[in-house]
Design a binder for this molecule. Structure first.
Ligand code: FAD
Length: 398
């Protein structure tokens, strides 16, 4: 039997995408989100490869196109704002580090919620307090009181998921990449233009400014540091930490730090990778699976992969569906895992060198990236591998 009552936890990218597909199959879907209201903020997300195909199938591509940031490329600048290397949006045929279709995370989440809210119930300002799986159904107790029974619970809470820890306990392993990032919005000024500017600061730090389509500029600060709980500090403490850490950085950093004081959308995280030996708990076959966790990256591709088996015709039989589904899920996760495994903890070090010499060498390498003969190699290194998934078509099945 298909699950009828489904609870999805997390209303960012993966949650609303999956909720949309499951509700289209007639399931009664509720999305619970911890934030008191729709959660805006974040930088651009590039829509490419399989992700692009999913938004096409959702009928959202044109809306996304109408809301892109229209970023023209990345300029790697020095302290005096001189461009030391430049990668244009077309440098890798529209599929380089800056993709042709880039949309703010908040705008994408908003579109996904709007696209699904006539068929999905959204419950903001609440979260799962406890889950009890009795072998047939899951009883969920909510933080704000009340309990509900579901056939299926899906956790799409991102990297810091507490429900994932609650349900999978010691099976959840978090591998740190020793990098902190802080994202926030700052007022736009004339020097911002349509190009992302990346300024590397000695000491493994960087300051970036990116254009958006809302008349403001997106800033991010990053620094290399093993996880030490900064992500859990109160926002005021995070702000004073960042101000201290970047006080000597130069370039346009004073302006960025002044705006940081006023910002309300600071999002700071310790970049890492969550590893788990399994993604679901419940009975051994797919239809009986009652608790599923979605991994953080490639949110909507996994949402599609996860929705697929529940939407294919039941007459296909349980086993083929299960195997096909698992292959797809593993592949969608594996793209990220393999990429990170291939260069463990190295990308943060390469992206933010510690010394002035390292920064100069980095710029020299980036200047060569689009040279004939090297372009293909650099394209592979700099662009996420996003088109290696063949997504099944189940849009018309019920
Ligand atoms: C505000 C915000 C800003 C971001 N900015 C960037 C960025 O600039 N660059 C970048 O690369 N990535 C950013 N991310 C992460 C990025 O959105 C995800 O890595 C990716 O899009 C996958 O999305 P996801 O839906 O799986 O997880 P996420 O986008 O991380 O969303 C998880 C959602 O679950 C909610 N949630 C968490 N715990 C609970 C709980 N216990 N109960 C209920 N709800 C819960 C969160 O509030 C959030 O809405 C940001 C995420 C958020 C939430």
């Amino acid at each position: 039997m298909k699950p009828q009552r489904v609870l999805v936890s997390g209303a960012s990218i993966a949650g609303p995408s999956l909720a949309y597909w499951l509700s289209r199959q007639g399931m009664d879907v509720t999305v619970v989100e911890r934030a008191p209201a729709f959660r805006d903020g974040g930088q651009t997300i590039d829509v490419r490869g399989a992700g692009r195909e999913v938004v096409q199938r959702m009928g959202l591509e044109e809306l996304i196109r109408a809301n892109t940031t229209e970023e023209k490329g990345i300029a790697f600048v020095d302290r005096n704002n001189r461009t030391k290397a430049f990668l244009g949006v077309k440098a890798f045929d529209g599929d380089g580090p800056i993709a042709e279709l880039e949309i703010l995370r908040g705008e994408l989440a908003r579109l996904l919620i709007q696209h699904s809210e006539n068929r999905v119930k959204y419950r903001f300002g609440d979260s799962i307090a406890a889950v009890e799986d009795d072998g047939a159904q899951v009883l969920v107790r909510f933080e704000q009181g009340g309990e509900q029974i579901y056939d299926l619970v899906i956790v799409a809470e991102g990297i810091g998921s507490t429900t994932r820890n609650q349900v999978f306990g010691s099976e959840v392993h978090r591998r740190p990449l020793n990098l902190y990032t802080a994202y926030f919005t700052v007022p736009r000024q004339r020097s911002d233009g349509q190009v992302m500017r990346w300024y590397s600061v000695p000491g493994g730090r960087c300051v970036c400014l990116r254009p958006d389509n809302l008349g403001t500029t997106r800033a991010f600060l990053s620094f290399q540091q093993a996880p030490c709980g900064y992500e859990k500090l109160a926002q005021a403490e995070q702000k004073s930490l960042l101000k201290q850490m970047f006080a000597d950085a130069g370039w346009e950093t004073p302006r960025v730090l002044a705006a940081l004081e006023e910002t309300t959308d600071l999002y700071m995280e310790a970049v890492g990778q969550v590893k788990m030996p399994r993604w679901s708990r419940g009975a051994s076959h797919w239809w009986g699976t009652r608790l599923i966790v979605l991994r953080r990256s490639a949110g909507w591709v996994q949402a599609w992969a996860c929705a697929a088996p529940m939407c294919w015709p039941v007459s296909w039989g349980v086993m083929p569906i299960t195997l096909r589904h698992l292959r797809l899920m593993k592949k969608s996760c594996g793209l990220t895992l393999r990429r990170r495994k291939a260069c463990p903890a190295l990308p943060p070090r390469l992206a933010s060198p510690h010394s002035r010499l390292g920064i100069a060498l980095g710029h020299a390498v980036l200047r060569m990236a689009t040279a004939p003969g090297l372009k293909t190699l650099f394209g592979k290194i700099l662009s996420p591998k996003a088109d290696a998934l063949v997504l099944p078509d189940y849009t018309n099945s019920r």
